[in-house]
Design a protein around this ligand. Structure first.
Ligand SMILES: Cc1cc2nc3c(=O)[nH]c(=O)nc-3n(C[C@H](O)[C@H](O)[C@H](O)COP(=O)(O)O)c2cc1C
Length: 350
C-alpha cells in the first residue's frame, strides 16, 4: 500500500502535535483514511490470557483515551487497542501546550495529565460497541488511572475497575504516568501490594495487568515482580514514558513530562528483559517503548514480550505502521524458522 503519510508529513509537522492527534482521531472516526487490505498470517496469531490476538501489535494507551476509534484502529491492522487512561471523573488535564515532537530524535514529550471524559462516558461507549453487531474482531483493553484531586488512589482504581470490568477484555492499573503527582509512588512495595490486592478483588477474575515505568531500579523491579507473582496479577506492561532525557538533541528536549519514542527503545527493552528474568517467564509481558519497525517489535518479543504496543511511532510513521510492522514480523519469523510468534517469545533467554 502507498505510504500516504510520507506525503502529508510535511504538513502534519507544521501543526501543534496535540492538534494533529485530534485530527487523526476525527479522520479515523469518520473513516477518512484509506483502509488497508486485511493482512493475516497464522504465524502471528497467539493466545494470551485465554484471548486470541490476530497479531501481536497493539495500540498503546493514550492515543484513544476515550474509546472513540476502536474499530477504525483495528481496521488499520492493529491486533488490539488499549483505551485510556480513564479516570473516574472527567478532567481537562494540564494547560496547553503539553505535547511536543522531538523530531530530530524521533521522540515525543507529553504532560497531558490524564485528560479524559471520565469512566461513565467511556463505559457507555464501550457498552454501545459491544452491542453493535458490526464491530471488528480484536482485543480491547481498558487502562485506568486516578483523578488528580483524589487522595484515595485505591478508591479511584476500584471505581474504574468496577465500572469497566465487563466492558473490556483486560484491565490495566496504570501506576506509571509521570504527569499525575504521586502516581509513580504507587509502584513501591507496600503501596503496590495494597492497590493490587484491592484491584484483584474488584476485577473479579477479569485479566488484570499493571503498567510500570522504565525508570525503576533493580530493587524496585524485584519488589514489583514479587508482588505481581504473589498476588496473581496476570501481566506487566513494560512500560510507560521516561523522565530521562539521555542523548536528546531536539529543540523541545527540556520540556517537562514523559518522553517516548525511538530514544526510549533501548532502555524500555532492557527493563522488559529484566522483568522477564525476574518473573522467569511465568507472566505474559507487553513490550512498549520506541517500537517503529518489525525488527524492533521482534527484539521486544525475543527479550520476553508476548505482545507489543506502540504510540509515538505513529507520529512519525502514520497509522499504516501497524500493518508494515506485521508484514515485516511475518518475514522475520519465516526467515528465522519460527512456525509461530509464540515460539519466539523470550528466545534471547534460551
Ligand atoms: C501523548 C501520549 C499520551 C499518553 N497517554 C498515556 C495514558 O493515558 N496512559 C498510559 O498508560 N500511557 C500513556 N502514554 C504512554 C504510552 O502508552 C507508551 O507507554 C509510551 O509512549 C511508550 O511507547 P511509545 O514509545 O511507542 O510511544 C502516552 C504516551 C503519549 C506519547
Amino acid at each position: 500500500m502507498v505510504d500516504y503519510y510520507r506525503l502529508v508529513w510535511p504538513l502534519v509537522r507544521q501543526l501543534d502535535s496535540e492538534r494533529a492527534h485530534g485530527l487523526a482521531i476525527t479522520a479515523l472516526k469518520n473513516r477518512l483514511l484509506p483502509i488497508p487490505e486485511p493482512f493475516g498470517d497464522p504465524r502471528l496469531v497467539s493466545r494470551v490470557w485465554g484471548l486470541t490476538f490476530v497479531n501481536p501489535v497493539g495500540l498503546a494507551a493514550g492515543f484513544d483515551k476515550n474509546g472513540e476509534v476502536i474499530d477504525p484502529i483495528l481496521e488499520q491492522g492493529f491486533g488490539f487497542v488499549e483505551v485510556g487512561s480513564v479516570t473516574p471523573k472527567a478532567q481537562p488535564g494540564n494547560p496547553k501546550p503539553r505535547m511536543f515532537r522531538l523530531v530530530d530524535d524521533r521522540g515525543v514529550i507529553n504532560r497531558l495529565g490524564f485528560n479524559n471524559q471520565g469512566i461513565e462516558r467511556v463505559a457507555e461507549r464501550l457498552e454501545r460497541r459491544l452491542s453493535s453487531p458490526g464491530r471488528m474482531p480484536g482485543v480491547v483493553g481498558l487502562n485506568l488511572g486516578k483523578n488528580k484531586d483524589q487522595s484515595d488512589a485505591i478508591a479511584d482504581y476500584v471505581a474504574g475497575i468496577e465500572r469497566g470490568r465487563d466492558l473490556a477484555d483486560y484491565l490495566v492499573v496504570n501506576v506509571s504516568s509521570p504527569n499525575t503527582p504521586g502516581l509513580r509512588a504507587l509502584q513501591g512495595r507496600a503501596a503496590l501490594t495494597s492497590l493490587l490486592v484491592a484491584a484483584r478483588q474488584a476485577a473479579r477474575g477479569k485479566t488484570l495487568l499493571v503498567k510500570i515505568a522504565p525508570d525503576l531500579t533493580e530493587d524496585e523491579l524485584r519488589d514489583i515482580c514479587d508482588v505481581v507473582l504473589e498476588h496473581g496479577i496476570d501481566g506487566i506492561i513494560c512500560g510507560n514514558t521516561t523522565l530521562s532525557r539521555e542523548g536528546l538533541t531536539s529543540r523541545h528536549r527540556d520540556e517537562q513530562g514523559g518522553m517516548s519514542g525511538e530514544p526510549l527503545f533501548r532502555r524500555s527493552t532492557e527493563v522488559l528483559r529484566r522483568v522477564y528474568e525476574l518473573t522467569t517467564g511465568r507472566v505474559p509481558l507487553v513490550g512498549v517503548g520506541g517500537v517503529a519497525s518489525g525488527a524492533q517489535a521482534y527484539a521486544k518479543i525475543r527479550a520476553g514480550a508476548s505482545l507489543v504496543q506502540l504510540y509515538s511511532g505513529l507520529v512519525y510513521g502514520g497509522i499504516g505502521l501497524a500493518l508494515r510492522i506485521n508484514q515485516e514480523l511475518s518475514r522475520i519469523l519465516e526467515k528465522q524458522g519460527f512456525a509461530s510468534i509464540t515460539d519466539a517469545i523470550g528466545a534471547d533467554h534460551r
